[in-house]
Every structure is written in C-alpha cells, then in structure tokens.
Design a protein around this ligand. Structure first.
Ligand SMILES: Nc1nc2c(ncn2[C@@H]2O[C@H](COP(=O)(O)OP(=O)(O)OP(=O)(O)O)[C@@H](O)[C@H]2O)c(=O)[nH]1
Ligand SMILES: [Mg+2]
Length: 325
C-alpha cells in the first residue's frame, strides 16, 4: 500500500479545484484571524483557465481513526481543467494521464469539482474521466473512489439544504446528470470556499468572514477524506495512454461520420424545401419539418454520438417519405 493517500482533483475549468487544493493543504490555524493563508496552488479568476500543469503537494493531516487522532499522509493533486480555454482536449487528457503517473500506487479519492450548475460539458468531462482513468470492466468498483464536490454552495453547513440539492438534481435534471450522481452512490459534498487573498482597502472584515466559512468547509472536506481509506489502483500509464488514444481516434471518426451525415442532411433538406414550394405539403411533411426544427436545436448541443444516432433515424424517415411521394 502507498505511504500516501492520493487525492486527485478533477473538473471543468474555473469550478474551484485549485482553491479546494489550497483549502485542504492549509493548516486549520491558517483560517483563524491573523493566520497566514498560503496559496500553494495558483487559482484563477473564474473566467480564464488558470492551471496549466498538474501540481501536487504532500501533507500530513490529523484524522480521527476509531476515536483516536492520527497523522495520515496525503498527496493532493490538482489537475488542468477540462474545457480549458487554451489547451486542446488531447493536451488536457495527456495532463490528466500525467497526474495518473503520480498515483500509480493507488487513488484514494477523485474529487470531481463542480460549481453551481452542472453543464453538459461537465458530464462529458466526468464520463471521459471514467473511461480514461478506469478500466471499464471495473466500472462498478470505481464508484466509491469518486466524490462530487459542489463548490460555491452557501448553505453547505445545513444538512437539509445539501440533501435537498441532491434530491432536486435527481428529480429535475437530465438523465445524464442522474446517471452521474447515481454512478458515485449519490456521494456529493457541498462546500463554499470563497477567496481569502482578497486585495484592496478595507477588506479585512470580508477576509475574516471568508476565513470562517473556509474553516468550516475545510472540516467538512477533511472529515470526508478521513472516511476514504481504500485505494483504487489504476492501470499502467501505457494502458491509460492507450485509452486516451482510442477515445480521441473514436471522436475523430465520429466527427467524420457526422460531417458526412450533415452533407446528406443538407441535400435532403434542400429537396424537402423544393417540394414544399411546388406542392401542397403532405401530412408527413409537417412531421418531418418538426423533426428538422428539433434537429437544428440539437445541432447546437455537443452530444456527438446521440446526435448521430438520431440523425440516421431521421434520414431514414425522410427517405421513406420521399419514396412514398
Ligand atoms: N465564492 C466562491 N468562490 C470560489 C469557490 N471555489 C472557487 N472560487 C473562485 O472561483 C475562481 C476559480 O477558482 P479556481 O480554484 O482557480 O478554479 P480551477 O477549477 O482550479 O480552475 P482551472 O485551474 O482554470 O481549471 C476563483 O476566483 C476562486 O476564488 C467557492 O466555493 N466559493
Ligand atoms: Mg486550477
């Protein structure tokens, strides 16, 4: 077993990974009035992606084990954000693979850091992560190694608000979000981790308020980490690289197929428009027009595979209509 419990921080750009890394590695007393908060991991301003390379720090945390306080060694690994504005998906995945190299002895926890809103990109990132880091055959086993951290959550100290939030995610959001939450056994930890190194005049009061909030959030995160004793051993870096390669090739192939289908779609659409100009629209036509409208809406979404399957289906339907005419 590794000497260190490895904690990997992953997620979309600007959601608070580096801030969370700082929250964990700073000692509790640094969050008290007069305490010196150390910004080990450089954090961004939320709009531009900040972390360009995997960074890590080894620390010792005081953890309660069976009623006793023990020193436990941790390595906190902060990674490049998915959806990075300046790095390509390939570069981001390679950076994540490098992070895996640091944890070849085992990952205790992956903290998947999300902000207030769970976006389709986030879910994409989560699924890519699952496929790249974990051998899919072991998919069932990985759930206990992933926790979703919901940052910027004001009422994180109120258990009911947190429960309510999970419930509303499950009830109101898309099936992809439900799958994401259920895939990690609904393990979501809410925190608020507002900035402490605030610059400007007369900000001391704000800093002290934020420090108090952060101290409480830190306790919540550390208490959670204390419960994560087991480690998942990822495959070799070669295996992970191979999976990244497959994924990127697969995406390229899908993109190519999508472009071809798009051409076919444009031709059919043209035909449909022409026939609409010259003759009265048969009943099925209005149905296919709806399909087109819906289709165009979907075009904007980045759900490559789903989009392609649906496109094939719709093209078949239009072909059938054209044949009948
Ligand atoms: N109020 C509040 N602000 C937060 C919280 N977490 C992060 N922030 C702010 O959000 C901005 C981005 O935070 P980062 O920690 O740099 O985000 P990141 O995920 O590391 O971003 P990348 O390195 O670009 O991937 C910073 O201005 C943080 O101060 C939070 O829980 N509450
Ligand atoms: Mg960062």
């Amino acid at each position: 077993m590794s000497e260190y419990r490895n904690v990997l921080l992953i997620g979309r750009t600007g959601q608070g990974k580096s801030s969370l890394a700082n929250l964990i590695v700073n000692d509790e007393k640094n969050f008290e009035e007069g305490g010196k908060f150390d910004e080990v991991f450089e954090k961004g301003n939320g709009t531009l992606s900040q972390t360009k390379k995997t960074q890590s720090k080894k620390i010792t945390l005081k953890i309660e084990v069976g009623g006793e306080i023990k020193d436990v060694k941790y390595q906190i690994i902060d990674t490049v954000g998915f959806d990075d504005t300046t790095l390509s998906k390939r570069e981001v995945l390679i950076e994540v693979a490098k992070a895996c190299k640091k944890v070849k002895e085992g990952i205790n926890q992956i903290l998947f850091v999300c902000g207030e809103k769970l976006t389709p990109q986030e879910i994409d990132a989560y699924n890519i992560l699952r496929r790249v880091l974990f051998d899919e055959k072991l998919d069932k086993d990985i759930t206990k190694y992933i926790t979703i951290i919901r940052t910027k959550f004001d009422n994180f100290d109120d258990e009911d608000s947190c429960k309510c939030d999970i419930q509303s995610l499950i009830e109101n959001e898309s099936s992809a979000i439900v799958e994401m939450i259920q895939s990690c056994d609904e393990r979501v930890v809410h925190i608020n981790n507002p900035p402490i190194n605030v610059k400007g005049k007369e900000v001391q009061d704000l800093i002290n308020i934020n420090k108090k909030i952060c101290k409480s959030a830190r306790k919540k995160v550390i208490d959670h980490l204390a419960t994560c004793e087991d480690a998942y051993k990822p495959g070799s870096l070669d295996e992970i690289n191979e999976r990244i390669g497959c994924l990127l090739n697969e995406n390229k192939e899908l993109q190519k197929q999508l472009e071809e289908l798009q051409k076919e779609y444009n031709i059919l659409r043209e035909q449909l428009n022409k026939s609409r100009d010259t003759e009265e629209r048969p009943k099925e036509m209005s149905f296919s027009q709806d399909i087109f409208n819906e289709f165009e809406r979907r075009m904007e979404e980045n759900e490559l595979k789903k989009k392609m399957d649906e496109m094939m289906k719709k093209i078949d339907e239009i072909k059938k209509i054209n044949k009948r005419k």
